[in-house]
Design a protein around this ligand. Structure first.
Ligand SMILES: *Cc1c(COP(=O)(O)O)cnc(C)c1O
Length: 458
């Protein structure tokens, strides 16, 4: 048991002021934003926990690397630095940069899915599923049932249920499956990790049917930290080694560098499959840019390369995940319902238990995120019925079991005093929860509706 405080393994060199506002001001702003926190202006937000995507603070080493950007159209030196970092840290031979994660998903889905094929995923991710479906793929949820239960304390809720995969093969045949899309620290389940033992078993199963694993490796290093903390045999292994083992079970990966990789923009495809690499290089030229920049500036690729080396520092990743746990534990101590165990990048308020008086059709998580902003200027995000969207076949709302508000912690940005402010606001709202009203949707975009939908209070 750790008894001494462990502080952040860095100090602050530059600060960015943030604005405090009044409750009346915020009530007006959220109304103008259609009760959608995505439509608020950043300058009206006090503590921004909307996402950890692209919101990391870069280090002085990354910033100094930005000045070494080689902005040549072709063959920039920063591309080769990125390629080397991916080879050394993730262990994949071939790298195709993209402007962010969804671009890597788009190219991968178009190249690897034949219309009508299934794409098993350990729970869906919004953009990953959208691109798979646009390529004619059919999403198949293969995560363990425990992941759909916010109160279940299973330590590896990101695990794949091999029986579900077997059922799909038995019913449809292995040829009906494009590949397994496996995500570490499953975002939509609350940032929940899988175990190495489970991954090893999934890889052995997939091998029998010649099915490749293509990781959505966006949150791999946070998953590696949980393996180090929770899985027998890994306590003394550096996360760097754990990551190499994890990636060794896959044929390739897509990634949003805006998370683990500690940068504000970027992503890539990496693989050991030469044919896939060749095809991805051809396609990236159409949608992103030449295969040695893929929509990124040379300086962006340098920052990613350096971020990749920084993310595998054990002290850094421990302090990152411990800050998330700090916030989560404050809420648990006060009896506020959250998803347990506490995830790797965010604390998820369980809106179903927080607001039992609101039916799911009244968008409880959306309403709670709006109320949190009005109370304290803290910006969070809905991850529930709005994010889940409509079923493409029936046009009906998908009704996910999890109706959550995500408090996502940017990397290296806020202190634990900011976390205290967030906790106090959540606790105050919980004490007066029956005052929070449901919402009605007044504008609904046709896809990824959560980004731009508008609401009004019932
Ligand atoms: C953010 C994210 C993506 C999409 O990446 P972008 O860079 O936002 O396009 C894909 N998968 C997961 C798990 C993510 O968290």
């Amino acid at each position: 048991m750790q008894t001494r405080t462990i502080a952040e393994p860095y100090k602050i060199k530059m600060v960015e002021p943030i604005k405090t506002t009044t409750r009346d001001y915020r009530a007006q702003k959220i109304r103008e934003a259609g009760y959608n926190t995505f439509l608020l202006k950043s300058e009206d937000v006090y503590i921004d926990l909307l996402t950890d995507s692209g919101t990391s603070a870069m280090s002085d080493w990354q910033w100094s690397g930005m000045l070494l950007g080689d902005e040549a159209y072709a063959g920039a030196r920063n591309f080769y630095n990125l390629e080397r970092a991916v080879q050394e840290i993730y262990g994949f031979k071939y790298v195709v940069p993209t402007h962010q994660g969804r671009a890597a998903e788009h190219i991968t889905s178009q190249l690897r899915i034949t219309r009508g094929q299934y794409v098993p995923m350990n729970m869906y991710f919004t953009t990953t599923r959208e691109h798979a479906e646009r390529a004619g793929g059919i999403f198949y949820d293969c995560i363990i049932d425990e992941a759909h239960d916010a109160a279940n304390p299973h330590p590896f809720k990101g695990n794949v249920d091999i029986a579900k995969l077997q059922k799909l093969v038995d019913e449809k045949g292995a040829d009906a499956i494009a590949y397994l899309s496996i995500a570490p620290c499953v975002n939509m389940a609350g940032g929940q990790p899988f175990s190495m033992a489970n991954l090893r078993a999934v890889a052995a199963w997939a091998n029998q049917y010649n099915l490749p694993i293509i990781f959505d490796a966006t949150r791999a290093i946070e998953n590696c930290y949980f393996i180090q903390q929770r899985e027998p045999g890994y306590a003394h292994k550096p996360v760097r080694e754990i990551l190499r083992e994890m990636m060794s079970y896959g044929e390739g990966m897509t990634i949003s560098s805006k998370k683990d990789n500690l940068v504000n923009i970027g992503g890539f495809i990496a693989t050991n499959n030469e044919q896939f690499f060749t095809q991805a290089k051809e396609m990236v030229v159409i949608f992103e840019g030449l295969h040695t920049y893929g929509g990124l500036a040379g300086r962006d690729m340098e920052a990613i390369a350096r971020g990749i080396y920084e993310m595998v520092d054990d002290a850094y990743i421990a302090s990152r995940v411990r800050q998330v746990e700090y916030l989560g534990n404050r809420l648990l101590d006060a009896g506020v319902p959250i998803v347990v165990p506490i995830g790797g990048h965010a604390v998820f308020l369980d809106a179903k238990r927080f607001l039992p008086h609101l039916p799911q059709e009244h968008f409880p998580a959306q309403a709670l995120a709006a109320a949190l902003y009005v109370d304290s200027g803290v910006r969070a995000m809905e991850r529930g019925i709005v994010s889940a969207g409509r079923d493409h076949a029936t046009g009906q709302n998908r009704k996910p079991k999890l109706e959550l508000v995500r408090l996502t912690i940017p990397r290296r940005v806020y202190t634990n005093l900011h976390m205290d402010v967030v906790a106090e606001s959540c606790i105050a709202l919980y004490e007066e929860r029956e005052k929070i009203k449901g919402l009605r949707m007044t504008y609904e975009p046709t896809s990824l509706r959560f980004f731009q939908a508008r609401f009004e209070e019932l």
